[in-house]
Ligand binder design. Sequence first.
Ligand code: NAP
Length: 510
Amino acid sequence: MSRKVTDKAVADRTPRHVPTIIVGSGFAGLGLAIRLQQQGRDDYLVLERGGDVGGTWRDNTYPGAACDVPSHLYSYSFALNPNWSRSFSRQGEIQSYIRGVAERYGVLDKHLFDCDVTSASWDEETARWEITSSEGDFTADTLVSAVGGLCEPALPDIKGINDFEGEIFHSARWNHDADLSGKRVAVIGTGASAIQIVPAIAPKVAHLDVYQRTAPWLLPRMDRPYTLPERLAFRHIPGFQRAARAAIYAARETQVVGLAKAPALMRGFELLAKAKLRYQIRDAELREKVTPNFRIGCKRMLISNDYYPALSRPNVDVITDGIAEIRPNSIVTKDGAEREIDVLIVATGFHVTDSPTYETITGRDGRTLSEVFDEDGQQGYKGSAVANFPNMFFLVGPNVGLGHTSMVFMIESQINYIADALSTIRELGLRTVEVRKDAQNAYNKELKAKLARSVWNTGGCASWYVDKHGDITTLWPDFTFEFRRLTKKFDVAAYDTTTARSERKVMAAR
Ligand code: NAP
C-alpha cells in the first residue's frame, strides 16, 4: 500500500492541506475517488481506517457471507465483471472485485490506509475543514463522508455480557482463530447476517442455540453458479451483460410499488414466504416460533434456502423466551432456563441512525452532527448534504438506503451529484456551499409524505430503518431511477454560497 502522498506530513505532524478529502473507501468513497481520477483531478485524498478498500465487504468475513443482490447489478456500471462465478456472489469474490477495480483505476496511491479519522471541525475563518486522524492532521476545502451505514457493530446491552468467559465476537468482526468444531455455540440475532451464519456453522458445532427476538420473513434465494457458456456470453456478446443487468434492475424495481406505495401488494410475497416456511419446516412448533408477525417488507426481506433446514437440525434450537442475562459460561432466558455455551456470536447489527461518527463532526454553528440530528431531526438534502455543514458532502447520507436492490446504483447517483458539485465549486470560484435550510425542509417534507404510506411505516415492526424520534431516516421511498434523476446535476440554487470576493466584501463592510 503506498503511503507516499502523506509520509512527509505524518512525519512532521504539520497539518497537510488537501483540497478534497474523502473519508472511507467502500463502494462509495472508492467510487468517488475513481470519478475524480477519471476527471483528471489530482487534488484529493482518501483516508481509510482499514488496511484495504472494500468497507463492509472487507469487514464482514463471517462464514456464509454473501450478497442478497445479484452481482451483475451489485457492481459499478463502469466496471462490469463478466466473470462473476454465480448469481449472488460471496464476500471473498466481491472483495476481490472491489480491490481489482481500485487497482485498475489507479487510485490506491491516493489512499492513506490504517488512518482513523477522529474528528472534523469546520473553521469559518479559513473556510476549511480541520481534520484529526491517527495518521496526523489535515485541512480540506471540501470534506466527503463515505463511512457507510453498516460499519459500526452494535453490541447488545444485555446484563452480564462483559463477564462472559468464553469466546465472544460480533458477526462483522469474525474471529477466524476461534475453532467452532464440537463447541456449544449461541448466535444472538436473526437478521441478514445471522441467517447466513447459522447454516454455515450448524453442521460443525456440537450444539447451536439461536436466540430470536423477532422472526424474519424469508424468500427463496435464486442462486446458482454461472455456466461457462454464460460467462463467455457475458464477456463476448456485445450488450448481453448490460441487458442482463437491466433485466435484474427492472425486476427489482417493481418491488418499490409494494414497499413504498401500496403495501397491501406485499401480501403476494407473504404468501410465497409462508409456502416456503410450510414446505421447509415440518415441525409445527418450530414453524409457529419462526412465523413472523408483521407485514413482509417492514424489515428487510431476507433470502435463504438453507436457514430453515438448519433450524430443523437436531443439534439446533431456536430460543424465543428473551435473554435475561449472560453468565460467564451460559445464557439465562426470562423463563429461568440456563443454557451452557462455549462461544457467543452476536449478530445484532450496526449503529446506523446513531453512528458514533456523528459525534466527531462539528459544523458551522459549533454543534456536532449528532446534536444537529438530535435537535433538528436526522435530515439531509438528497442524502448528500446537511444544513450547517458547509463544504461537506455525504455518500449514503440520510434517506438513501434500500432493502430491495443495489446500493451501488444509489451510490453512483450520489457520485454524479457530488462530482458535479465539486466541478461547480471550482468553475464558479465558490468559497463555501451550504444547503439552504428551507430547501432541506421542503425536500424532507416530501420524503416524509412518501414514507408515511410505506410498509416500513405501516407494517407493524420495529426496525433499524427508524431513528430514535420515530422517523424513517435511512430509506429512499421511491423508484431508484427517480433518485438518479434528482441527483443528475448539482442544483447550486438550493445552496447558500459565498465566493472569495463576496467574503471580502462582507469583511470590508464590517
Ligand atoms: P440486523 O438486520 O440489524 O439484525 C440484527 C438482529 O439482532 C435482529 O434479529 C435483532 O432482533 C437482533 N438483536 C439486536 N439486538 C438484540 C438484543 N439486544 N437482543 C436480542 N436480539 C437482538 O443486522 P444484520 O443481520 O447484521 O444486518 C444488517 C444489515 O446489513 C442488513 O439489513 C442488510 O442491509 C445488511 N446485510 C446484508 C447482507 C446481504 O446482502 N446478504 C448480509 C448481512 C447484512 P430484532 O429484529 O428484534 O431487532
